[in-house]
Write a protein that binds this ligand. Sequence first.
Ligand code: SAM
Length: 167
Amino acid sequence: MNLTGDEVILEIGAGTGRIIQSLSHMCFDLFLLDPSPAMLAKARKKIPSANHCLGYAESLPFESAFFDRAFAIDSLHHWNNQEEGLSEVFRVLKDQGLFILIEFDPETRFGHYIKSMERFLLMGSEFFTPKQIRRLLSSNGLTVFKQYYIDDATYISVAKKSIKTTP
Ligand SMILES: C[S@@+](CC[C@H](N)C(=O)[O-])C[C@H]1O[C@@H](n2cnc3c(N)ncnc32)[C@H](O)[C@@H]1O
Protein backbone atom coordinates (compact mmCIF):
# COMPACT_ATOMS: atom_id res chain seq x y z
CA MET A 1 0.00 0.00 0.00
CA ASN A 2 1.57 3.29 -1.10
CA LEU A 3 0.87 6.06 1.35
CA THR A 4 2.65 9.40 1.18
CA GLY A 5 2.07 10.06 4.86
CA ASP A 6 -0.13 13.12 4.48
CA GLU A 7 -3.40 11.36 3.67
CA VAL A 8 -6.51 11.57 5.78
CA ILE A 9 -7.78 8.01 6.12
CA LEU A 10 -11.01 6.44 7.33
CA GLU A 11 -11.79 2.85 8.21
CA ILE A 12 -15.52 2.09 8.31
CA GLY A 13 -16.37 -0.77 10.63
CA ALA A 14 -12.86 -0.73 12.08
CA GLY A 15 -13.69 -3.03 15.00
CA THR A 16 -10.64 -3.26 17.25
CA GLY A 17 -8.34 -1.86 14.55
CA ARG A 18 -6.88 -5.35 14.01
CA ILE A 19 -5.89 -4.84 10.35
CA ILE A 20 -5.49 -1.08 9.94
CA GLN A 21 -3.04 -1.08 12.85
CA SER A 22 -0.23 -2.02 10.47
CA LEU A 23 -0.85 1.16 8.41
CA SER A 24 -1.41 3.55 11.28
CA HIS A 25 2.19 4.75 11.49
CA MET A 26 2.06 5.77 7.80
CA CYS A 27 -1.06 7.94 8.06
CA PHE A 28 -1.18 11.66 8.72
CA ASP A 29 -4.63 11.44 10.22
CA LEU A 30 -6.50 8.18 10.84
CA PHE A 31 -10.20 7.97 11.69
CA LEU A 32 -11.66 4.69 12.96
CA LEU A 33 -15.44 4.42 12.85
CA ASP A 34 -17.53 1.65 14.40
CA PRO A 35 -21.03 1.39 15.90
CA SER A 36 -19.79 -0.74 18.80
CA PRO A 37 -18.44 1.19 21.84
CA ALA A 38 -16.77 -2.03 23.08
CA MET A 39 -14.85 -2.48 19.80
CA LEU A 40 -13.86 1.18 19.76
CA ALA A 41 -12.57 0.96 23.33
CA LYS A 42 -10.20 -1.82 22.23
CA ALA A 43 -9.16 0.16 19.13
CA ARG A 44 -8.44 3.17 21.35
CA LYS A 45 -6.00 1.07 23.40
CA LYS A 46 -4.40 -0.44 20.29
CA ILE A 47 -4.06 2.79 18.26
CA PRO A 48 -4.25 5.72 20.69
CA SER A 49 -3.11 8.22 18.03
CA ALA A 50 -6.22 7.65 15.84
CA ASN A 51 -9.54 9.52 16.00
CA HIS A 52 -12.16 7.07 17.30
CA CYS A 53 -15.70 7.72 16.13
CA LEU A 54 -18.94 6.03 17.09
CA GLY A 55 -21.23 5.74 14.08
CA TYR A 56 -22.67 3.82 11.16
CA ALA A 57 -21.58 3.59 7.53
CA GLU A 58 -25.08 4.72 6.53
CA SER A 59 -24.70 8.08 8.26
CA LEU A 60 -21.03 9.04 8.44
CA PRO A 61 -20.43 11.86 10.93
CA PHE A 62 -17.97 13.71 8.67
CA GLU A 63 -17.95 16.64 6.27
CA SER A 64 -18.15 15.98 2.55
CA ALA A 65 -14.88 15.54 0.59
CA PHE A 66 -12.87 15.07 3.79
CA PHE A 67 -10.94 11.82 3.18
CA ASP A 68 -8.22 10.77 0.73
CA ARG A 69 -8.91 7.10 1.32
CA ALA A 70 -11.60 5.02 2.95
CA PHE A 71 -11.27 1.35 3.90
CA ALA A 72 -13.97 -1.22 4.66
CA ILE A 73 -12.29 -4.44 5.74
CA ASP A 74 -14.57 -7.40 6.43
CA SER A 75 -17.30 -4.90 7.29
CA LEU A 76 -19.53 -4.03 4.28
CA HIS A 77 -21.48 -7.31 4.52
CA HIS A 78 -22.48 -6.28 8.07
CA TRP A 79 -23.85 -2.86 7.10
CA ASN A 80 -27.60 -2.41 7.44
CA ASN A 81 -27.88 -0.85 4.01
CA GLN A 82 -24.97 -1.12 1.56
CA GLU A 83 -26.44 1.39 -0.94
CA GLU A 84 -26.80 4.07 1.74
CA GLY A 85 -23.34 3.31 3.13
CA LEU A 86 -21.70 3.52 -0.29
CA SER A 87 -23.40 6.80 -1.10
CA GLU A 88 -21.91 8.08 2.18
CA VAL A 89 -18.48 6.76 1.15
CA PHE A 90 -18.84 8.71 -2.12
CA ARG A 91 -19.82 11.86 -0.22
CA VAL A 92 -16.94 11.85 2.29
CA LEU A 93 -14.20 11.00 -0.25
CA LYS A 94 -12.34 13.78 -2.04
CA ASP A 95 -12.43 13.78 -5.83
CA GLN A 96 -10.01 11.03 -6.99
CA GLY A 97 -10.14 9.57 -3.48
CA LEU A 98 -9.80 5.79 -3.14
CA PHE A 99 -12.11 3.26 -1.55
CA ILE A 100 -10.41 -0.01 -0.56
CA LEU A 101 -12.84 -2.81 0.14
CA ILE A 102 -12.06 -6.30 1.43
CA GLU A 103 -14.84 -8.90 1.30
CA PHE A 104 -15.49 -12.64 1.02
CA ASP A 105 -16.75 -14.08 -2.25
CA PRO A 106 -19.86 -16.14 -1.33
CA GLU A 107 -19.35 -18.32 -4.42
CA THR A 108 -16.07 -19.74 -3.11
CA ARG A 109 -15.97 -22.66 -0.70
CA PHE A 110 -14.82 -20.69 2.35
CA GLY A 111 -16.98 -17.67 1.42
CA HIS A 112 -20.01 -19.94 1.24
CA TYR A 113 -19.13 -21.36 4.67
CA ILE A 114 -18.88 -17.84 6.19
CA LYS A 115 -22.18 -16.87 4.56
CA SER A 116 -23.90 -19.99 5.95
CA MET A 117 -22.45 -19.50 9.44
CA GLU A 118 -23.54 -15.85 9.58
CA ARG A 119 -27.00 -16.81 8.29
CA PHE A 120 -27.22 -19.54 10.97
CA LEU A 121 -26.27 -16.94 13.59
CA LEU A 122 -28.99 -14.60 12.21
CA MET A 123 -26.43 -11.86 11.62
CA GLY A 124 -28.30 -10.44 8.62
CA SER A 125 -25.08 -10.24 6.59
CA GLU A 126 -25.23 -9.64 2.85
CA PHE A 127 -22.36 -10.98 0.73
CA PHE A 128 -21.49 -9.97 -2.84
CA THR A 129 -19.45 -11.56 -5.61
CA PRO A 130 -16.66 -9.46 -7.19
CA LYS A 131 -18.93 -8.78 -10.19
CA GLN A 132 -21.81 -7.63 -7.97
CA ILE A 133 -19.43 -5.37 -6.05
CA ARG A 134 -18.21 -3.73 -9.27
CA ARG A 135 -21.82 -2.98 -10.20
CA LEU A 136 -22.78 -1.79 -6.71
CA LEU A 137 -19.80 0.54 -6.41
CA SER A 138 -20.22 1.86 -9.92
CA SER A 139 -23.87 2.73 -9.27
CA ASN A 140 -22.59 4.82 -6.35
CA GLY A 141 -19.99 6.75 -8.36
CA LEU A 142 -17.02 4.54 -7.41
CA THR A 143 -15.16 2.91 -10.30
CA VAL A 144 -13.30 -0.30 -9.50
CA PHE A 145 -9.92 -0.28 -11.27
CA LYS A 146 -8.25 -3.16 -9.41
CA GLN A 147 -9.77 -6.34 -8.05
CA TYR A 148 -8.01 -9.53 -6.99
CA TYR A 149 -8.11 -12.40 -4.50
CA ILE A 150 -5.77 -12.26 -1.53
CA ASP A 151 -6.55 -15.87 -0.59
CA ASP A 152 -8.99 -18.58 -1.70
CA ALA A 153 -12.07 -16.57 -0.73
CA THR A 154 -11.11 -13.03 0.22
CA TYR A 155 -10.86 -10.36 -2.46
CA ILE A 156 -9.86 -6.76 -2.51
CA SER A 157 -11.47 -4.11 -4.67
CA VAL A 158 -9.87 -0.71 -5.18
CA ALA A 159 -12.19 1.98 -6.51
CA LYS A 160 -11.82 5.63 -7.34
CA LYS A 161 -14.28 8.46 -6.89
CA SER A 162 -14.36 10.52 -10.04
CA ILE A 163 -16.61 13.52 -10.25
CA LYS A 164 -17.99 13.85 -13.77
CA THR A 165 -17.66 17.37 -15.11
CA THR A 166 -20.01 18.50 -17.86
CA PRO A 167 -18.12 19.99 -20.83
C1 SAM B 1 -15.88 -8.54 11.35
S1 SAM B 1 -15.69 -6.98 12.08
C2 SAM B 1 -14.29 -6.34 11.18
C3 SAM B 1 -13.50 -5.36 11.98
C4 SAM B 1 -12.21 -4.84 11.33
N1 SAM B 1 -12.46 -4.16 10.10
C5 SAM B 1 -11.24 -5.97 11.11
O1 SAM B 1 -10.99 -6.35 9.97
O2 SAM B 1 -10.74 -6.48 12.11
C6 SAM B 1 -17.05 -6.04 11.38
C7 SAM B 1 -17.26 -4.68 12.02
O3 SAM B 1 -18.29 -3.98 11.32
C8 SAM B 1 -18.99 -3.21 12.27
N2 SAM B 1 -20.31 -2.82 11.73
C9 SAM B 1 -21.49 -3.50 11.82
N3 SAM B 1 -22.48 -2.78 11.25
C10 SAM B 1 -21.94 -1.63 10.79
C11 SAM B 1 -22.44 -0.47 10.12
N4 SAM B 1 -23.75 -0.37 9.80
N5 SAM B 1 -21.59 0.52 9.81
C12 SAM B 1 -20.28 0.43 10.13
N6 SAM B 1 -19.73 -0.64 10.76
C13 SAM B 1 -20.55 -1.65 11.08
C14 SAM B 1 -19.06 -4.10 13.49
O4 SAM B 1 -19.32 -3.39 14.68
C15 SAM B 1 -17.69 -4.77 13.48
O5 SAM B 1 -16.76 -4.09 14.29
